[in-house]
Design a binder for this molecule. Structure first.
Ligand code: COI
Length: 368
C-alpha cells in the first residue's frame, strides 16, 4: 500500500516487457504515424479500493486491460484522463511541461466524476517510472514528443448507477508528431449545428471521455463539410464560442488585443491555454477572457477586426485557424495563411518545451 495520504511518492514495482520492440522496430513505428496510434513497451498502473486506498503501483508490459463486462466505465462512462508530453532536448535529456497542472486537473476531473483522485505524488512517480523503462521511446525528431495519457476508470462490476468502489489508474504513452495530419498548416473550423458540448452544471470542465464521445458526431459533420475541427457554442443560448472538439480557441485582433472565451463551468481549462495567456501577457499583450459571440467572431474575421485565430492544446500545441464555416457563412481569417502572432507564439512555447529557450516561467521538469 502506498503512502498516498502523506504525499510520499510510491515506488512502482517493475515487470519488464519480455519482448520489447527492437531498436529497428521502434524506429519504424515512431516514423510519421497518425497521432496516438503507436504505443510504447510498458504501462504504469495503480489500483484503488475503498478499503486500501491507492496501492499496487506497478509497471507492466504493455497489453490489453482485463475488465469485468459490468465495470462502471463500460456502462456509465466513469472515466477521466489527461494529456501531457515528454520532450527530448538536444542534449538527450527528457523534460515534462507543467505536469503538476495535469495532476491537479486529473484530481479535479475525478472529483466531478465521483472517482477516487490520484495524489500528485503518485501521478508524478508513475510518469517518472514509465519514462525510466520506456526512455528510448521519447523521440528526438523535430516537433515530436512522447504523449502521455493517464486515465482513471471505474472498474467495479455494478449495473446500478452509483460510483465504483474500485478504480484503476492506467498511464500509457505514445510517440507523436503533429496532431493534425497536415502538420502546422492552418485548419478550418465548422460551427456545430444543433449540438453542444456541455451545459451549465454538466461535465464540460472535466476531462472525461463522454465530452469527447459527444463531440464525435459534430466532428464528423465538420469533416463532411471539408473542415478539420468543430467549434461548439454555448448550450444555453447557442451564441457564445466555447471550444473546439479537443482544444481551446483564441482570436488576435487588429487593435492588438487577444480574445479567448472566458472559462465558465462548460469549458475545459487547458494547460496550454493558461500557458499561452501567461506568455502573451509577459510580452505585454492584452489578453481578454470574455464572452465572444459567434457573430462577433464571424463579422470580426470578415471585416478584418480579427486578423488571426488559433487553436491550442497539448496535442494541437498552437495551430493557426484559416476559415470559419457554417451553413450561412464561410469566412477566411486574414489571408488564410498562418498569422505572425500565432506562429511567434507557437515558436515561443515550443522553444521553452524543447529547451531551445530559457525556461523563464519555471514550467519544465527534468525527468531523465
Ligand atoms: C490533448 O490535447 O491532450 C487532448 O487531450 C485533446 C485530444 C484532442 C487529443
Amino acid at each position: 500500500m502506498s503512502d498516498s495520504t502523506t504525499g510520499t511518492a510510491p515506488t512502482f514495482a517493475v515487470t519488464q516487457n519480455p519482448a520489447p520492440a527492437s531498436a529497428a522496430e521502434r524506429a519504424h513505428r515512431m516514423d510519421s504515424q497518425p497521432f496516438g496510434t503507436v504505443f510504447t513497451d510498458h504501462l504504469a498502473k495503480a489500483t484503488w479500493t475503498a478499503e486500501q486506498g491507492w496501492h499496487d503501483h506497478r509497471i507492466e508490459p504493455f497489453g490489453d486491460l482485463v475488465l469485468h463486462p459490468g465495470a462502471t466505465v463500460l456502462h456509465y462512462g466513469q472515466q477521466v484522463f489527461e494529456g501531457l508530453k515528454a520532450y527530448r532536448w538536444a542534449d538527450g535529456s527528457i523534460h515534462l511541461f507543467r505536469p503538476e497542472a495535469n495532476a491537479a486537473r486529473l484530481a479535479t476531473s475525478a472529483h466531478r466524476m465521483a472517482l477516487a483522485p490520484l495524489p500528485e505524488a503518485d501521478f508524478m512517480a508513475s510518469v517518472e517510472a514509465l519514462l525510466t523503462v520506456d526512455e528510448q521511446w521519447v523521440p528526438s525528431a523535430d516537433e515530436t514528443s512522447l504523449y502521455l495519457r493517464p486515465m482513471l476508470i471505474g472498474t467495479e462490476p455494478c449495473l446500478g448507477v452509483r460510483p465504483s468502489r474500485t478504480v484503476e489508474y492506467v498511464l500509457l504513452a505514445s510517440p507523436v508528431g503533429a496532431y493534425f495530419p497536415n502538420g502546422v498548416k492552418p485548419v478550418s473550423i465548422w460551427v456545430a449545428q444543433g449540438y453542444h458540448r456541455a451545459g451549465n452544471g454538466g461535465t464540460g470542465q472535466a476531462k472525461t471521455a463522454g465530452n469527447y464521445a459527444a463531440s464525435l458526431l459534430p466532428q464528423q459533420q465538420a469533416t463532411d463539410h471539408g473542415c478539420d475541427q468543430v467549434l461548439f457554442l454555448d448550450a444555453a443560448r447557442d451564441t457564445y464560442v466555447e471550444e473546439l472538439g479537443g482544444m481551446n480557441v483564441f482570436a488576435v485582433r487588429r487593435d492588438g488585443t487577444i480574445w479567448t472565451p472566458r472559462v465558465t463551468g462548460t469549458i475545459l481549462e487547458g494547460v496550454t491555454r493558461s500557458s499561452v495567456i501567461e506568455l502573451l501577457r509577459a510580452e505585454g499583450r492584452e489578453v481578454v477572457e470574455r464572452d465572444i459571440s459567434i457573430t462577433e467572431l464571424r463579422d470580426g474575421i470578415a471585416d478584418g477586426a480579427i486578423q488571426e485565430a488559433f487553436a491550442c492544446g497539448t496535442a494541437a500545441v498552437v495551430t493557426p485557424i484559416a476559415r470559419l464555416v457554417s451553413p450561412d457563412h464561410d469566412v477566411v481569417v486574414g489571408d488564410g495563411g498562418p498569422g505572425t502572432v500565432t506562429m511567434a507564439l507557437r515558436q515561443r512555447l515550443t522553444d521553452i518545451q524543447y529547451g531551445r529557450a530559457d525556461d523563464v516561467m519555471g514550467w519544465m521538469r527534468r525527468v531523465g
